[in-house]
Design a protein around this ligand. Structure first.
Ligand code: AVI
Length: 321
């Protein structure tokens, strides 16, 4: 998930749209420039940010069961990964498959060209015989184009709770793209952060070291850098809130004073009242029954819910009916 190579026009347009909305908002996909990528790597190692460790635990402990379905077909297949990132968790699956000389082709999809280049380099070193076809694209567009489709069975990975960064309607829309972008019998493995003690969730987005705060504020730095703006980052406070009913953890940047910000590239000034906020990210948490409901909506059948030892995170395996 990365917007580094997003063209200037789209970024400027999205910022203009978001800051002219009421309440103000900015899309979280713009967190991920070079600095944001690094901050996200740090977030994944934070003691409070359990998501990555829990999903790693699932893949390490249950990869055989997760892969059993696709391997039972005893046919060469495509392993497609939406939002491949650094591939750290995927490498558990790649190791298992390559060690057994299973015939498959890996298609990592990511919006960031530099993330894909780094991934390709590390894969070439660790898995020299692996056939890799990186695709630089968005989730939705890649599912529309399906450049991997060659009649072989597909296992589509959509891990890391990335679906949680979309609101409910958008998440349904992505599931619909998955429905259209797969054929009968194709498998989908999706990572969901589960509803749990609200304090545990809130802490994951409000870490003591302040890395998530920096990650959120980097959005303002990025607008300053790329769109010639004059946000005073120190006058904005990082404010995550978790709603245990909706399962939505929402992050905001709250202006601590009345102020005006100029964005040169837009030739516009934006007025902030004291304590006015910018909504920057949603990280939705699901229950297993909500997840099954999503599967049914998309025309998928649940083959298995793979959950960590504390019941914090789930990788769910669906098959297209
Ligand atoms: C990428 N995504 C699943 C992360 C999340 O948990 O929503 C992004 C993140 N935002 C703040 N911390 C991590």
């Amino acid at each position: 998930m990365n917007a580094k190579n997003t063209d200037f026009g789209t970024f400027a347009q999205d910022v203009m749209l978001g800051l002219n909305s009421n309440p103000k908002t900015l899309p979280s996909k713009y967190f991920y420039d070079a600095k944001g990528d690094k901050l996200f790597q740090q977030i994944m190692a934070l003691p409070e940010y359990y998501l990555t460790r829990k999903e790693y635990e699932i893949l390490e402990g249950q990869h055989r069961q997760i892969l059993a379905e696709i391997l039972s077909l005893q046919k060469p297949f495509n392993l497609v990964e939406l939002g491949a990132g650094d591939g750290m968790k995927t490498k558990i699956l790649l190791r298992y498959l390559t060690d057994r000389k299973i015939e498959f082709t890996y298609y990592p999809v990511d919006f960031s060209g530099s993330v894909l280049v780094e991934l390709e380099e590390s894969l070439a070193e660790e898995f020299p015989t692996l056939e890799v076809h990186p695709i630089q694209d968005t989730y939705r567009d890649s599912l529309k184009k399906q450049v991997w489709e060659d009649g072989k069975p597909n296992l589509i990975l959509f891990m890391g709770a990335n679906l949680g960064n979309f609101g409910v309607e958008e998440a349904k829309n992505i599931i619909d793209h998955l429905r259209v972008g797969t054929k009968k019998g194709d498998l989908v493995l999706i990572g969901f952060d589960l509803k749990k003690d609200p304090q545990t969730i809130l802490n994951a987005y409000h870490d003591e070291q302040g890395v998530t705060r920096e990650f959120n504020l980097n959005l303002l730095d990025r607008i300053n850098r790329e769109l010639d703006a004059d946000f005073d980052r120190d006058s904005f406070v990082h404010w995550p809130i978790y709603n245990p009913v909706s399962g939505e953890c929402r992050s905001y940047l709250v202006s601590q004073k009345a102020q005006t910000v100029t964005i040169g590239a837009l030739n516009q000034t934006f007025y902030f009242e004291a304590f006015e906020s910018i909504f920057t990210e949603i990280s939705k948490k699901y229950s297993l029954s909500e997840i099954s409901h999503l599967a049914a909506l998309g025309g998928f059948e649940v083959m298995g819910n793979f959950v960590d030892s504390e019941g914090y995170f789930a990788d769910v395996l669906w098959v297209k009916k």
